[in-house]
Design a protein around this ligand. Structure first.
Ligand code: RNT
Ligand code: ZN
Length: 414
């Protein structure tokens, strides 16, 4: 135990905070780390160039080009991340081994190599996503809301296949799999009909959820969005659409903090949903001026998100997943920086005496509430963070290791 930590421990104790309890809790909160930071969301199934109104920018050398490279990068990056980790996969990361099979017919065995890998790394579970972009069956930018029945049915079948795969992943890993449905469907310019596409999406979701699956193993979520590149005027899967669908059909909402208007905050939406749902899923990202999916940093809104999770005793109700992709910097460093930022925010929230602050609010002592909230900002958080890293067998410095990996491994990828 470092001297600096001992002093920090005393200082927090004076605020009624047990730093040991905070560290013990932090290491158990799972964070689902997305596989798609490693290869710029390209996938392994040869679906095609990235589409769907999302974009990875930059051409930093060393992108993982195949399963072996992606596994090696994940292994290295995860070794530098503290805490409990899950792996978040997209269906486009299927390992097809040369088999001619399309996304509507993917089977659990196509993900068995990922299960083997996740077990080797000792991960807490695997989450999953149907991939309804970067594929020839996306017609006129539409998938589950397509007026073309062949297209719509193809994606319904894909989602059903993904539920089966998710169930398999849950069985193998021994923890529930969150399966998140996100579609790119929308229009670039002012539509003439906003209702019919939504009714088709509703019908598709009904058909998908009609399959038999074990709800204790697969948590189906729907992710809304406000707009995408080339899809600026109308999004079929909007916030109101999915929140109502989820509420009426007893599934889960996923909140991506890049998917709202710039002055709307996901930190405020979490408690709104916790009033009605037992689970709320998150895609934690950082939008700069738009849904740019910049690497997550230890910033104010991230701290607010973490506070809502911690102070509402919702560490088991809020399923934390990361969703960002930066190709302009070393991709392993992007991964680790974002995951550590999430962990820092959780630790920061765990080092606040929320009962005391809640009481000040209840008693309408807004003067003390403001003063106290300011005090927390300068308490010796860094000392506790460093102690946590040390106990996890890690150091603050991960750049040196990543630089070594870069010069030995990544630079060979040309
Ligand atoms: C897109 C959504 C979606 C994707 C990933 C790859 O705007 O955020 O979640 O980023 O599924
Ligand atoms: Zn997302």
């Amino acid at each position: 135990m470092s001297e600096i930590y001992k002093l920090a421990k005393e200082q927090y104790a004076a605020y009624g905070i047990d730093t040991e309890a905070a560290i013990a809790k932090l290491e158990r909160i799972p964070v689902s780390v997305h596989c798609w930071q490693g290869d710029d969301v390209i996938g392994l199934d040869g679906g095609g160039a990235l589409s769907g109104g999302i974009q990875t920018t930059g051409n930093y050398p060393g992108r993982a080009r195949n399963f072996e490279e992606l596994k090696a990068d994940i292994k290295k990056a995860f070794s530098l991340m503290p805490g409990t980790k899950r792996l978040n996969l997209h269906a486009s990361y299927a390992i097809l081994s040369g088999e001619e099979v399309d996304r509507d017919a993917y089977r659990p065995e196509h993900f068995a190599p990922w299960v083997k890998f996740a077990k080797e790394l000792g991960l807490a579970g695997i989450d999953f996503n149907p991939t309804m972009f970067s594929h020839k069956m996306v017609k006129d930018g539409l998938t589950l809301s397509s007026p073309d029945e062949t297209v719509r049915k193809f994606w319904v079948e894909h989602c059903k296949a993904c539920i089966k795969i998710s169930e398999y992943l849950a069985d193998e890993m021994g923890t529930p799999t969150m399966m998140n449905i996100w579609i790119p469907d929308g229009y670039k310019d002012v539509p003439a009909d906003r209702l019919t596409p939504r009714l088709r999406l509703k019908k598709s979701l009904d058909e998908i959820l009609a399959i038999k699956y074990d709800k204790s193993k697969v948590i189906v979520a729907v992710e809304s969005k406000v707009f995408g590149i080339g899809v600026e005027s109308y999004t079929v899967g909007s916030n109101e659409f999915y929140q109502n669908y989820a509420a009426k059909n007893d599934i889960c909402c996923l909140l991506d903090n890049g998917h709202y208007h710039p002055l709307e905050y996901v930190s405020d939406k979490i408690p709104a949903l916790l009033a009605f749902y037992d689970k709320v899923a998150l895609h934690v990202t950082r939008g700069v001026r738009w849904d740019s999916d910049h690497v997550v940093l230890f910033e104010d809104e991230l701290k607010e998100i973490a506070k809502e999770i911690v102070r509402n005793d919702a560490t088991e109700k809020v399923l934390i997943g990361l969703d960002y992709f930066d190709a302009s910097i070393n991709r392993l460093s992007a991964w680790v920086t974002g995951q550590r930022a999430m962990q820092k925010a959780l630790l920061f929230a765990l080092l606040i005496n929320h009962d005391e602050l809640k009481k000040l609010q209840k008693d309408a002592d807004f003067t003390a509430l403001m003063v106290k909230q300011e005090e927390y900002k300068t308490l010796p958080f860094g000392a506790v963070w460093q102690e946590y890293l040390e106990r996890q067998g890690l150091k603050e410095d991960y750049l040196t290791t990543i630089r070594e990996y870069e010069s030995e491994i990544l630079k060979e990828r040309v």
